[in-house]
Design a protein around this ligand. Structure first.
Ligand code: KG4
Ligand code: ZN
Length: 364
């Protein structure tokens, strides 16, 4: 029986989890910093590091307590070493090094994006329907939009990536622009069913060069132009007022402060992002020789419109999504990605550095 404690702190969630023998989750704790960054409409790196410093000890302690573990029960400690915000990564990685040193157990450095892939592999195994390889993996989050081919878990080839904004970043920027607060993705997701997805016509030009690359900044600018061409001052003020009084308004409250034209805009924006992700996933499935599954992960994988649109019928492959809890940042996925490395004895030196731009695979 082997137990791994994992720590995730690459962006604005401080998380710790303990899993036993690849699939058995003993505990998972996530402390989110949304209330801290909300009023700035995005993550402020300096505030994020400070909040991680505040949260790291209680979060790890809670994960240990919930799992009923003592330090001596752990076989290894894992932490995200990149990609992510430098100061944020350092907090989790340094704390993991201290645990490894004090408890005399190996340290495992995990790539955050590989963590998102392993969230899906772990849950599929738990459900008795393991992901079949080779697989295409679409990782869509606030910081990343990547398409990989995975010959097997651990062997990745980059097929495409965003050249500017990540998909989640586009949701967050549009959310901020429309006065929906941060993060914008979940609110847009909940409001989109109340608008006409074809009410506003947006187009995303095909990329020159690698057609599997993404670009979302043009769409963001198109939404900005739409907003600028209308007088939205009153409704923007109404939504900001709503957020001031209530950090998490209900759908009904949002709808009361959102006229039909803006609902159509929200639905059309979301649909344009979904169509773009669908087109890329289908094209990658066609190009990737012998692909047998499609893995979709990262915060945007929570999106209900995306979940409904990406199916075996639309992509040609069985599609694997993580549960909502494992779509956004968490430490279970880091522990899951650490297990194969633990079995292979792939341990990190205590001098290992945080790498904000750590890549999972080179583009070929
Ligand atoms: O994976 P994650 O927690 O952090 C990063 O690694 O970036 O993803 C957070 C991102 C945010 O941009 C958030 O707006 C987006 O995921 N997100 C969503 C939804 N839930 C979270 N985007 C669209 N629809 C959702 N339901
Ligand atoms: Zn993430």
């Amino acid at each position: 029986m082997s137990r791994i404690l994992a720590i995730e702190s690459s962006c604005d969630e401080t998380a710790a989890a303990i899993i036993e023998d690849e699939t058995h989750v003993l505990s998972s704790v996530v402390a989110s910093q949304f209330p801290v960054h909300g009023k700035y409409g995005g993550v402020v790196p300096e505030l994020a590091s400070r909040e991680h410093l505040r949260a790291i000890v209680p979060v790890v302690r809670e994960a240990m307590e919930r799992a009923g573990c003592a330090w001596s029960d752990l076989d290894a400690v894992a932490a995200t070493s990149g990609p992510g915000l430098a100061g944020s990564l350092l907090v989790g990685l340094t704390y993991a090094k201290a645990i490894a040193f004090a408890a005399g157990i190996p340290l495992i450095a995990v790539n955050h994006i590989e963590g998102h892939i392993h969230a899906v592999i772990l849950e599929a195994r738990q459900h008795g329907t393991p992901v079949e390889f080779p697989a295409v993996a679409l990782i869509v989050s606030g910081g990343h939009t990547h398409l990989f081919e995975a010959r097997e878990a651990g062997a990745y080839r980059l097929l495409g990536r965003t050249r500017d904004d990540a998909a989640g970043e586009a949701f967050d920027k549009v959310g901020k622009l429309l006065g929906f607060g941060y993060p914008g993705g979940p609110v847009i997701d909940r409001l989109a069913p109340y608008g006409d997805p074809h009410g506003v016509r947006f187009t995303i030009a095909r990329m020159k060069g690698n057609t599997l690359d993404f670009s979302f900044s043009g769409l963001k600018t198109a939404v900005l132009r739409w907003v600028e061409s209308r007088d939205m001052a009153d409704e923007l003020a109404a939504r900001r007022e709503l957020l001031r009084n209530n950090a998490r308004p209900s759908v009904e409250e949002w709808l009361r402060a959102t006229p039909q034209g803006t609902r159509d805009l929200v639905a059309s924006f979301q649909w344009t992002v979904i169509e773009e992700l669908l087109r890329h996933a289908s094209e990658a499935a066609d190009k990737s020789e012998g692909a047998r599954s499609l893995i979709v992960s990262g915060g945007v994988a929570c999106n209900s419109g995306l979940r409904a649109a990406l199916t075996q019928a639309s992509t040609g492959l069985p599609v694997y999504f993580p549960s909502a809890a494992l779509s956004t940042d968490n430490a279970v996925m880091i522990a899951a990605a650490a297990f194969p490395k633990y079995r292979r004895g792939e341990f990190a030196d205590l001098g290992v550095a945080a790498e904000p731009n750590l890549a999972l695979a080179d583009q070929t």
